[in-house]
Design a protein around this ligand. Structure first.
Ligand SMILES: *Cc1c(COP(=O)(O)O)cnc(C)c1O
Length: 392
């Protein structure tokens, strides 16, 4: 059994992928070849954004989003501590200050109500009402924006977040690295907040055969900035540089591969729904030692991961051991919340600051998830988990 099965997918689109690769080898435009614009146009239409800008990774997509907003030293950006490193890393890389906000345990995503509390605590300079970075002097710092994360593929509650953000003039960047193909109130992820960022890392819902990412926006001015920053702050031509940028381009070969894989992507998103639904059917009972993820009525998860919670912290090691003995691969996303990572120790957060994230980090684990998990495999996974006594 595989945690993520890329081989089955490849067998389905191998011909297309090879044709796409051959085309690139024939035209030889390995950097910024025609496949880039074709992919940008195709995916912009898919998510419902006016502009798409291909880039080198999901991390670069976030970086481009922040740079386009002019984020730098003195700026504060709110985000969730229950995410992959990249989300908060890009804020810190620009010498801005990441300020963490705890998650909603039902969705694993940033809790809009707590975002409001964190902002109020900041505005009042009152860390007793909400944990703020202890080692950061607030003087001279400016609240700028929020990076939301659609963890495991489930969109964050963007409408509620927008209400809080707009009242303070904060920008919102959607880290949709895990949620490409997901929906929120009839809108596709990446097209919900002003800037949406995704990743084409091979294991993501739409994965390349290497690194890749994309920024989406319907704001023409931001799109132009992102395009320019992606290539060394390029102006009208190659040798006019109007701002400081990066080399953040997507490879032509990867764009070609993504175009081939996109042919079956909508079908794969549907298959993921079936896999998730069957896991929940099998494991969702009262006497199950695990709590299954629930998707709000108005959302569609892209099911990058099927992540569940052990009913109690003490149950997880035993359940994971039993799965391992049955040769069923699992993973823990994420065992340590970002505010407790050494890299962010300079902020001065301590254990207990974000109890929901910390509790989830101790109880969460993920099951094999991809469009091609068979019912038999799912039944084996469920039987193994359900054979574990709920009480310990
Ligand atoms: C994967 C991921 C990223 C980074 O994407 P890369 O393409 O690996 O740089 C950022 N945020 C989240 C939530 C991710 O899962």
């Amino acid at each position: 059994m595989q945690f993520i099965d890329l081989a089955t997918q490849q067998r389905r689109v191998r011909g297309s992928i090879e044709r796409r690769i051959r085309t690139v080898l024939d035209h030889g435009q390995y950097v910024m070849g025609p496949e880039i614009e074709e992919l940008e146009t195709t995916l912009a239409a898919y998510v419902g954004a006016k502009h798409a800008i291909g880039c080198a990774s999901g991390t670069d997509a976030l970086l481009l989003g922040l740079l386009a907003h002019g984020v730098g030293p003195g700026d504060v950006v709110f985000t969730t501590p229950f995410s992959f490193m990249a989300t908060a890393e890009v804020i810190a890389l620009l010498r801005a200050t990441p300020v963490f906000v705890d998650i909603d345990p039902a969705t694993f995503n940033i809790d809009p109500h707590q975002l409001e509390l964190a902002i109020r605590a900041w505005e009042a300079g009152d860390p007793r009402s909400y944990p703020l970075p202890r080692n950061i002097d607030q003087v001279g710092l400016c609240l700028r924006g929020v990076i939301t994360v659609d963890l495991f593929g489930l969109p964050a509650d963007q409408d509620a977040i927008a209400d809080v953000a707009q009242s303070r003039g904060l920008f919102v960047i959607e880290d949709a690295a895990q949620s490409f193909g997901g929906e929120y109130k009839g809108r596709r992820t990446c097209g919900i907040a002003e800037v949406g960022c995704t990743s084409f890392f091979p294991a993501k819902p739409l994965g390349a055969y290497g690194d890749g990412g994309m920024c989406f926006t319907s704001n023409g001015a931001l799109a132009e900035k992102i395009r320019s920053i992606r290539i060394h702050g390029q102006g009208r031509d190659k040798y006019e540089n109007i701002r400081i940028g990066i080399n953040g381009r997507l490879d032509t070969l990867q764009a070609g591969i993504l175009l081939a894989k996109f042919e079956i992507f909508s079908e794969e998103v549907k298959l993921r729904q079936q896999v998730a639904k069957y896991y929940t059917h099998l494991l969702g009972g009262e006497s199950s030692p695990v709590i299954c993820p629930r998707v709000p009525e108005s959302s569609v998860s892209a099911w990058a991961q099927y992540s569940l919670l052990a009913r109690e912290e003490g149950l997880r090691p035993g359940v994971l051991k039993r799965l391992q003995e049955a040769a069923i691969p699992t993973a823990i996303y994420y065992p340590r919340p970002l505010h407790l990572q050494e890299a962010f120790s300079y902020l001065g957060y301590v254990a207990g600051d974000f109890p929901v994230s910390e509790d989830c980090a101790r109880r969460v684990f993920s099951l094999p998830m991809h469009p091609y998990v068979s019912r038999e495999e799912q039944e084996k996974v469920a039987d193994t988990i359900l054979s574990f006594p709920r009480e310990i």
